[in-house]
Write a protein that binds this ligand. Structure first.
Ligand code: GAP
Length: 493
């Protein structure tokens, strides 16, 4: 994302959100009713971009001899979520303001406090103790320790960010993030089911079904793309944290003892996937989970983080989940989930290496990465600012736009024929309104990598100009070579 001079990160996000609405990438869910917090709709261009991301992931992960695909149901037997630990552990600490009824995630409430407020809260909580201490680093460190060990002590001295009243927070309570609903007409506890909070469990419970039906031998993986739901207390930053989102997960089953090697392999593969789709190295980083802060199922875990305008944020996790998941499902279902190795005659519960990416969060990262504002010459040679979405061509919603230079002399007919020839193979767009320069700008703004113009020379020698989005360089290509030219450029950028 080329940040224009003098533009703040917030302004940049505002511009992106506004472009998304104006050009049909993303709309607020049920907007005419005032919207629904944490839910978004993908418009005509957004759905293309999202599908292209998912398609790129699917090809990358399943066009291999040792990875199979799956599409499991969103609703699963409720015991699944007891076995997985979600019923017990998938909670966030939450506090309410008794005055205005606003609800906050405790860790976020603490995280977003300025150092000045942290200082005030500490001094009030323990008068005298922090009087001489002015160093910010010391205060931040002390505040962090206190927030972890005795959150209640600080809470009483905090001001509600919404109504500004002090000391009105309730005690922290555990809030389960799973959405609950009921199967059948009777709404009682025996009919409770959950909307899955991750796609992973659908893979674990199908491990032996997939293995037996596909005759795979360990090591092998199962990949799945699908919706997940979390009743997040604080949704924020556009598509970054939503209540309904899509995941792209792959679980790789391997023999215990070989897990470290597979873990490293998949870490490298996943980072390379983002790089291969045009993300620059400097916008991506690894974040390793500290040993004391690992999830209950993990032996080791890394996140791939992307540099969003609001800071670094996770787009994908790569986890060594050990034999936790299959052991728990074996215990809770009473069915053996052991793998029998025919060569060594050993029976064991495989270890699992998980790669878990958010499709919607990746969508946002690709959007942010693509956005650029640049100075570019108009047809008259004057400089103007153009907004251009520099998507990798394989992700771009529309691959080529086709323009007749003027609406006469047989140019529209020829342009329509080119459109009709390309349309079965590529998503293309026909535009004959306004000056060609303006048509280019409209396509730049939605990231169309190629614009084809039919002009008077086309009528003579059956060639057209093809203008490339980023370099704005134009070349002449024979009409009958356009399809192979685009297919090659879109897939091998
Ligand atoms: N099966 C492991 C798992 O679900 P996670 O770190 O909770 O791990 C994996 O989620 C990915 O799903 C994240 O890296 C993120 O891209 C995406 N994700 C998680 N919660 C999300 C939310 N509320 N909104 C959008 N994407 C989310």
């Amino acid at each position: 994302m080329a940040k224009p001079k003098g533009t703040s990160d917030t302004e940049l996000m505002d511009k992106l959100v506004s472009l998304c609405k104006r050009r049909g990438f993303v709309f607020q869910s049920s907007e005419i009713y005032g919207g629904l917090n944490g839910a978004w709709d993908y418009g005509p261009l957004g759905v293309e971009l999202l599908r292209n991301i998912k398609e790129a992931w699917w090809k990358e992960m399943t066009y291999r001899s040792n990875v199979e695909g799956l599409d499991a149901a969103i609703l699963m037997h409720p015991r699944t979520w007891e076995a997985s630990g979600h019923v017990e552990n998938f909670t966030d600490p939450m506090v309410d303001c008794k005055q205005c009824k606003s609800r906050y995630r405790l860790d976020i409430l603490f995280e977003e406090l300025s150092v000045k407020r942290q200082k005030e809260a500490l001094r009030e909580a323990e008068p005298g103790k922090y009087e001489g201490q002015q160093r910010d680093e010391y205060i931040v460190e002390e505040f962090k320790k206190k927030a972890e060990s005795e959150p209640g002590k600080i809470l009483g001295f905090l001001t509600c960010p919404n109504c500004g009243t002090k000391g009105t927070f309730t005690e922290a309570r555990k809030f389960n993030l799973m959405f609950k609903t009921f199967v059948g007409p009777v709404e009682d506890s025996s009919n409770v089911v959950f909307l899955r909070p991750e796609t992973a469990q659908g893979i674990f419970v199908n491990f032996l079904n997939v293995q037996a039906s596909s005759r795979q031998k360990i090591p092998f993986g199962i990949a799945q793309i699908g919706k997940a739901f979390r009743n997040e207390i604080n949704t924020k930053n556009f598509l970054f944290r939503t209540r309904e989102f899509e995941q792209m997960e792959m679980q790789f089953f391997c023999k215990p003892g070989t897990d470290d090697e597979h873990f490293e392999y998949w870490r490298e593969q996943r980072m390379n996937w983002f790089l291969s789709l045009g993300m620059p190295k400097e916008r991506l980083q690894w974040h390793r989970h500290e040993p004391g802060k690992l999830a209950h199922y993990a032996k080791d875990a890394y996140d791939i983080e992307f540099k969003f305008p609001f800071g670094w944020g996770e787009v994908e996790g790569v986890h060594n989940r050990t034999d936790f998941d299959l052991s728990r499902h074996e215990e809770y279902s009473g069915k053996s989930l052991k793998y029998f190795d025919e060569t060594t005659k050993e029976k064991f519960i495989p270890y699992i290496i998980e790669t878990s990416a958010g499709a919607s969060r990746s969508f946002m990262a690709f959007l942010v990465n693509a956005y650029a504002e640049e100075e570019a010459p108009t047809a008259e040679g004057q400089m103007e600012t153009r907004v251009v979405m520099k998507f990798h061509p394989s992700l771009a919603p529309i691959k080529a736009a086709i323009f007749p230079l003027v609406n006469r002399d047989g140019m529209p007919e020829l342009a329509r024929k080119i459109e009709a020839d390309l349309r079965p193979h590529l998503r293309v767009f026909y535009d004959d309104s306004g000056a060609v320069g303006r048509r280019y700008r409209r396509q730049d703004e939605i990231g169309t990598p190629f614009c084809v113009t039919v002009d008077s020379q086309t009528l003579e020698d059956q060639t057209v100009t093809v203008r490339e989005r980023d370099s704005m360089v134009q070349e002449r290509i024979a009409c009958n070579e356009l399809l192979s030219y685009f297919l090659m450029r879109v897939n091998h950028f």
